[in-house]
Design a protein around this ligand. Structure first.
Ligand SMILES: Cc1ncc(COP(=O)(O)O)c(C=O)c1O
Length: 360
């Protein structure tokens, strides 16, 4: 099993390169910061940190339940959706013939569930448009399949699986299996008729687990808070194995406040749409091919190994994600920043292109 390779932290880059200003466009975090309402709620909770958190997570679950109009029996919350991915492996996988099906490249954590359980991992390459290969995924499903992980939008490509494709995939699941629809970037997707909302599938009683997170659009990656909608029997199983105090006091109140902060969410989503369009346009103007993104990052084909471009950008104070660690060595994933961050990035990127001659 390869260890997870996270985006380089700002302080590390400052230390290593002696830079005073560093912009991180590497981990798809929210460039507008946490919701001010969440910050205030967390500040008010500070004096009570001597007490253990509410193990039932009653108020947070009630708030999520109200917001998405789904009974809290369908909800599991945790310190990040990463943790829920890990637990799903624990409750679904047990026998060496069990199979996990997923796409590649996709979010690396899915592979770990199969590798930890020592069962069969089937990774299906994305298609020529860098989308989930629905035919390949369906063909890979057998009677031993237990979990099918689909990131929608996909990380690192930002592409989506369409509603009809997801319906076909679910239709092929054997009894006892489930699709895990990872909607970490859900809030940034274009809600057209083609885009399936995982919540609808859970509400309809389908074998679907829909993962969401406070780490991206809600700007709370540092507090670690994620959740999932799932059939009640799966929630019961997850509740049996989870650590009781997995969500800390600050995350419990910060999550509730962030959910109520429509203004912050709107600013984030609108800012992302505007800057994602600008970033895409800029990269195309440099003669580069960009994968159309439904998320808060853009995957660009540099037409040459990404590592030297990554290194040169780092020296300019911009941390991006080289495709080398994402399974697409000639690509680079760039998180969408604020307008000012993007303007600075464009200048640095143009200089780096000149040095590395990627556009030649
Ligand atoms: C597709 C996908 N799923 C899950 C996560 C992890 O989210 P969390 O911070 O809730 O653990 C990420 C984070 O980058 C992601 O890209």
């Amino acid at each position: 099993m390869r260890p997870y390779s996270p985006g380089k932290p700002i302080d590390e880059v400052k230390r290593e390169l002696g830079l005073s200003e560093v912009v991180k466009l590497a981990s798809n975090e929210n460039p507008y910061g946490p919701s001010p309402k969440a910050l205030q709620a967390m500040q008010e909770a500070l004096p009570h940190l001597n007490l253990y958190p509410d193990a039932s997570q009653f108020d947070l679950k009630a708030a999520i339940s109200r917001k998405f109009d789904i009974p809290s029996e369908h909800l599991i919350v945790s310190n990040g959706s990463d943790q829920i991915i890990h637990w799903l492996g624990e409750i679904f996988l047990g026998s060496p013939i069990d199979e996990v099906v997923t796409s590649t490249p996709s979010f690396q954590k899915y592979d770990g569930t199969a590798l930890l359980a020592d069962c069969v991992l089937k990774t299906i390459p994305l298609d020529a448009e860098h989308r989930h290969d629905i035919g390949g995924l369906i063909n890979a499903i057998t009677e031993n399949t237990k979990l099918v992980f689909i990131a929608n939008p996909n990380n690192p490509t930002g592409t989506i699986m369409k509603r009809q494709e997801l319906d076909a995939l679910i239709g092929r699941l054997p009894k006892g299996a489930a699709v895990v629809l990872d909607e970490a970037y859900h809030e940034f997707a274009d809600f057209d008729a083609d885009y399936p909302n995982g919540l609808d599938y859970v509400k309809a009683g389908m074998p679907v687990i829909t993962l969401r997170t406070f780490s991206k659009a809600y700007g709370l990656a540092g507090i670690r808070l994620g959740y999932a909608f799932a059939p009640t029997e799966m929630v019961e199983a997850l509740n049996r194995i989870r650590e009781p105090f997995i969500v800390n006091n600050l995350a419990l109140v910060g999550g509730i406040a962030a959910l109520s902060d429509d203004e912050h969410l709107k600013r984030t989503v609108q800012g992302n749409a505007a800057e994602r369009a600008r970033l895409t346009e800029f990269l195309k103007e440099q003669g580069l091919q960009v994968i159309p993104s439904h998320a808060n990052f853009v995957m660009v084909d540099l037409g040459q190994p990404s590592q030297p471009v990554f290194d040169a950008l780092l020296r300019e104070g911009y941390v991006t994600r080289p495709g080398t660690v994402l399974g697409m060595p000639n690509f680079m994933r760039i998180s969408v920043g604020t307008a000012d961050e993007m303007t600075g990035f464009f200048q640095a990127f143009a200089r780096v292109l000149e040095q590395t001659k990627v556009h030649a």
